[in-house]
Design a protein around this ligand. Structure first.
Ligand SMILES: Cc1cc2nc3c(=O)[nH]c(=O)nc-3n(C[C@H](O)[C@H](O)[C@H](O)COP(=O)(O)O)c2cc1C
Length: 376
């Protein structure tokens, strides 16, 4: 099997075969006409490499340093919700794969394993992503992440309202997952997924299981209807005051918004269009990356559409300090569980390394715009 899986697209195809349609559509889908999804991939072609020759690349280094720590690769696992629907224990499997690869793992607010369980079950450094649903709930989550030893907090700011994901609406995808005739039929066609699902039960939004919000319906309401659309610089400053460690804001596109975040005291920004899941027709982070990196002194991370090592290298050339992987590692998880995530990480590491050699750059930390040319 592994020999047939040579790139992320192969894992995507296997994930599509393994998962019932409703689950695959949740993983894969974007907002409205999904032009943003297509653009997130096509945008990489706007830049081509200009390889440097006669450079000794017999030894190469893909490790990087961020926030005072050495990481074995210039990418991290992005926060994604409902990973337990792809594979039981999905959050912990992703966290374990990240720990063994020595890359950061970011746990979503909408995880199926709790903040505390992930901290207990997986080694390695953990970062926590916060959806500000209601101020009070957000403050509780921040304190829980702090007490559980998370080192970095990421506030996602591109979800004032839920994205209009028409695949999910057509499929009547909802939390909790409703056992509809079409899900049952689809489950019969995907027996391995169904067996795992039956043995492990319905994934819950574990961070919201409490006396006040114990029912799955309440969890769903929390996640789908009560995002704080009024979140503003003062809300961000309040979180800054509560969190003593590194704080990043995720979902930035405009350079002046990045500057505003820094003025509010954050330690870096994550350029992201949420993988095309929120606003269709959004710019890709790649298109503003160089401007943002030139305007702020703090680290700039980027995600949305990264499927190849060469994509990651292009972003690093344009000024990113690190890239986040969303669907890429989820395809690995859905296709083959922990093994699949390990394999996707390994193949992206090897593609980054191969790209470095091909462009004549011995280390990711030496990458710069000099290795790229923008196509007109
Ligand atoms: C299934 C899925 C669930 C996601 N859930 C979250 C989430 O809970 N919090 C968040 O900040 N971003 C979430 N995202 C967005 C990712 O963090 C990331 O921005 C995006 O996946 C990057 O694009 P890519 O999938 O093309 O790599 C999710 C993305 C996917 C695909």
């Amino acid at each position: 099997m592994k020999g047939k899986l040579v790139n992320v697209e192969d894992y995507r195809r296997l994930a599509a075969k393994t998962l019932p349609r409703i689950i695959f559509d949740f993983l894969e889908g974007g907002a409205e006409d999904e032009k943003g999804l297509v653009h997130n991939r096509d945008v990489f072609d706007q830049w081509r490499f200009t390889p440097h020759r006669l450079v000794d690349v017999s030894e190469r280094n893909i490790s990087t340093r961020l926030f005072g720590k050495n990481w074995s690769a210039p990418f991290a696992i992005a926060p994604t919700g409902f990973n337990g629907a792809l594979w039981p224990g999905g959050d912990i499997k992703l966290a374990k794969a990240a720990a063994s690869a020595n890359i950061p793992f970011i746990l979503s607010t909408a995880s199926n394993a709790s903040i505390e369980d992930v901290a207990r079950c997986a080694e390695g450094e953990k970062w926590f992503q916060l959806y500000v649903v209601q101020q009070q709930l957000a403050e509780q989550l921040v304190m829980r992440a702090l007490n559980a030893g998370y080192t970095t907090l990421i506030v996602t700011v591109d979800v004032g309202v839920n994205g209009n994901r028409e695949r999910d609406r057509r499929n009547q995808f909802s939390l909790p997952l409703k056992i509809t005739p079409s899900l049952l039929m689809s489950g019969c066609c995907h027996p391995a997924w169904s067996m795992r699902f039956l043995q492990n039960g319905m994934p819950q939004l574990a961070n919201f299981v409490s006396a006040e919000s114990g029912s799955l319906e309440a969890q769903a309401a929390v996640m789908s209807r009560q995002m704080d659309a009024g979140f503003n610089p003062n809300s961000l400053k309040r979180i800054r005051e509560m969190w003593p460690h590194k704080l990043l804001v995720k979902g930035i596109i405009r350079p002046e918004d990045a500057e505003l975040c820094v003025a509010c005291g954050v330690d870096g920004v994550i350029l992201s269009n949420h993988g095309g899941r929120q606003l269709d027709g959004n710019l890709s982070p790649l298109e503003t990356l160089a401007d943002v990196a030139a305007r702020i002194d703090s680290p700039v991370l980027a995600d949305s559409g990264f499927r190849r090592g060469s994509d990651i290298v292009k972003a690093l050339c344009l000024g990113a300090d690190m890239v986040l992987l969303g669907r890429a590692t989820l395809y690995g998880l859905a296709a083959r569980g922990l093994r699949g995530v390990d394999e996707v990480i390994a193949l992206l590491k090897s593609e980054v390394d191969c790209t470095l050699a091909q462009i004549g750059c011995p280390a990711v930390d030496d990458l710069s715009a000099a290795y790229l040319q923008r196509m007109s």
